[in-house]
Design a binder for this molecule. Sequence first.
Ligand code: GCB
Length: 585
Amino acid sequence: MKLEYSFQRETIDLSGFWHFRIDPENKGESEKWYEEPQVSEWDELYTPASWNEQDSRYTWYIGTAWYTRAFWLPEDWRSKLTLIFFDGVNYKAKVWVNGIYLGEHEGGFTQFAFRAEKALRFGESNRIVVMVDNTLTGKTVPPGAGMNATYFDFFHYGGIHREAYLLSVPKVHFKDVTIRTEIKGKDGILDIDLEIVNELEEECSCNVTMQVIDEDEAITEERTSVTIGPGAEKTIAQQITVENAEFWGPESPRLYTLRTKLAHDDSKGDVKDTRFGIRTVKVEDGKILLNGRPVFLKGFGRHEDFPVLGKALHGAVLRKDYGLMMYIGANSFRTSHYPYSRTHLDLADEKGFLVILETPAVGLRENVERLDDPEIVEKVCRMTREMIQRDKNRPSVIMYSLFNEPGSGREEFRNILTAAKGEAGKADPTRPVTFASCRHLDDVALDLVDVLCHNFYYGWYSNYGDLEAAAKTLSETLDELHRRFPDKPIIITEFGAGAIAGVHRHPPEMWSEEYQAELIKTYWEVLLSKDYVSGGHIWNFADFRVGQSPRRTTINRKGIFTRTRDPKLAVRVVKNLFTNTPTYR
Ligand code: GCB
């Protein structure tokens, strides 16, 4: 199901307190908890948020848990279609409304929706029940074997951690809108695909209007008409020129809206607003070109992680984070290691951040038996498709990262990468693809990507305590990568050091704030000295929670801010480095 529905349409937000109950013995389905749950015996938790930090009884819980709440549906929604959307449920979800099963979804970080009319009662109260299962296996994406045995380095939260809502759409409606942009002189050229569905029992002749809206004013208008048979779909392709357009970029994140309207039989039909920016991204001669100019990405690998909320970054936290990233002079981040929430990326569009959008395919390495296991390939491809489907119209997204640190030294990795790349290309042929490698010179798949992304930890996991040796290894490795792939730009998608806030050492030593600051400065100097390097992302923007292990002091300390966003010493250093590094070079 295509999911790019607009929020100008009527919605009912299901955020708030839901009844909650864990099900460690997995008996809820056989006991039919989805029918008429005795909620007086259940706990209450807030969503969107993970279950883990709302009550210490659930912090380390892994397995099945149930959520339920009641909601009221207006009578006048009866004549239309109703979808129930979930922006992110970690990890598997099964959904019932009024005891009727609607469907299931696997994957914690991509949006899904179910048609719900068969189960709904209009003008009455309804009950939704969601069974969530965050069990990890060798075949989940990401994979793992337990809370402290994840194959990835972030806390494995569970629950309904992003918004859930109902959406009402007319029976003839826009199912999807895709906008690709090109630049011709001073003009923006929009290539638009409108997918229209007719769920009426008769043929429908519709009038379609497309307007480009610039700050509440329509600056272009095109009309066309289309006839669609009962139960059928049609795609209309249209090109629109925006004369004297203002182009989107970090220095001026100019956004426009495409307003599409559908009318038939003189009745009011569907209206959908889709926001876009006019910009191009190309990889040419070893450079990443934004609107034809070579860009340099300065920023971070981030995480969605915050005390109590878990994997949900509420608006206030995002507001704070963007303020800090802008204060520091960053222009970019990677959605390590899963696609981030809609709001997270809406702000990137608005504030002009260059985003490497990453799939949840992290941890597919040593512990996974075969990387090209058909079950894993199917899941990675589906999640890639779902990710691109939601975010393809965002100007901020300049590249797709298909994996983080996969077993890319193994020949079979080429198979799963080829499959994921094929999927990405089908969903969106306009953006470059990459993955974040930790195999470097031993990587067997670098020829398959458009941009080389590498995570380096010289000075931390190797050459530790010795920044001079780290700089030398870094420089030599980069030069060798460039020698092998002279036409591919290189981005250092991770480099960093753990620093426990408040620990100081002179001369700098590992785990001190000084060592972290010094390592970042050392790396930055090396990166800037190579004109084939197109960016550097510090690992990480903020400290984040991880499982328990002898390697970590309960949280990963590589943030330049603490988990609650207090600055470490490195912040001043990074602000200086970033503000003195131009975006175009
Ligand atoms: C990496 C991973 C990242 C970890 C980081 C670390 O290479 O991509 O997920 O958190 O190293 O701190 O070890």
